[in-house]
Write a protein that binds this ligand. Sequence first.
Ligand code: ASP
Length: 342
Amino acid sequence: MSTTGSHRVAARMIAVAGAVSLLVACSDNGGGGSGTGGDAAGYPQQNITFVVPFSAGGPTDTVTRMIADPMAKKLGGKIVVQNVEGAGGTVGAGEVARAEPDGYTVLMHHIGMSTAPALYADLGYKPLEDFEMVGLVTEVPMTVVARKDFEPATLQDLVTYVKANSGKVTLANAGIGAASHLCGLLFQSAAGVKLQEVPYEGTGPALTDLVGGQVDFMCDQTTNTSGQISAGKVKAYAVTTPERVKSLPDLPTTAESGMPQLQVSVWHGLYVPKGTPPEIVTKLTDALKAALADQGVIDQMAKLGTAPVPAEDATPDAHRAKLDEQIQTWGKIIADAGVKAS
Ligand code: ASP
């Protein structure tokens, strides 16, 4: 890594958790501003804020923007996307848990919702108890990618290389409990190494640094890496799902590459604070279903290596069951690995 690169990475490492940036506004006729909502029959009567707990421009942000417009259209309102980054997604999730349960603050989160309880001693919210689930959205494969000029050519070469150079190889992630962190943990455990991890507030900026050569490698969703892989701006080793991804047909799976233990699918879901009126949750679920059936959304997702969940999974019950199962699954893996956030 160059000296400038070291400085940039150091700057990222001390970036303040919880920085907030306001991003996208989309669609339609909704009234502006704040105020209190909660009138289920007339919902929505003001802007709805979708909180993304990671940086703008990253994969969670991308999926949120994709569905925000068609959801706003179905709801007959306006959706604003707000990035509330920090601590592997737990800052944004905590903010939504504490928000007014009126349907005007919605969280888009991913697999990190299920890993946080095992990692953070004082999370400040309970994923299963402090939210109403709106529905699942999509399940996105991850890719193992490196800076373009990184020496190893294959996943097996990468293992050999990191074993020999563990002190100097850098592995980027989006904070403890993020999907990239989990994938990195699984990689290190399969390879039997401990690497220097470089936390960002989302993998949008991490990928920018990877393309710029400031960090060596990382895992990230295809919704962020597909474009850079296809353009040859990063080196891609493998995809972390049992099957290859249609949009990246030449990229082998981790199992094909001799690392079957490295399997992660990044499932996403929408949440509202506990106590949100059921009629409002139903309106949001219906809007989510409409967005996931939208041909434009289906096409954009396919281009980025993913697909909407089946309609029966875009429901509160399927979402709750998934979260419950994943909290058990990841809780055990994390406990076995002995990893903690502090
Ligand atoms: N891909 C990120 C993660 O590792 C999050 C993001 O920036 O969307 O969890």
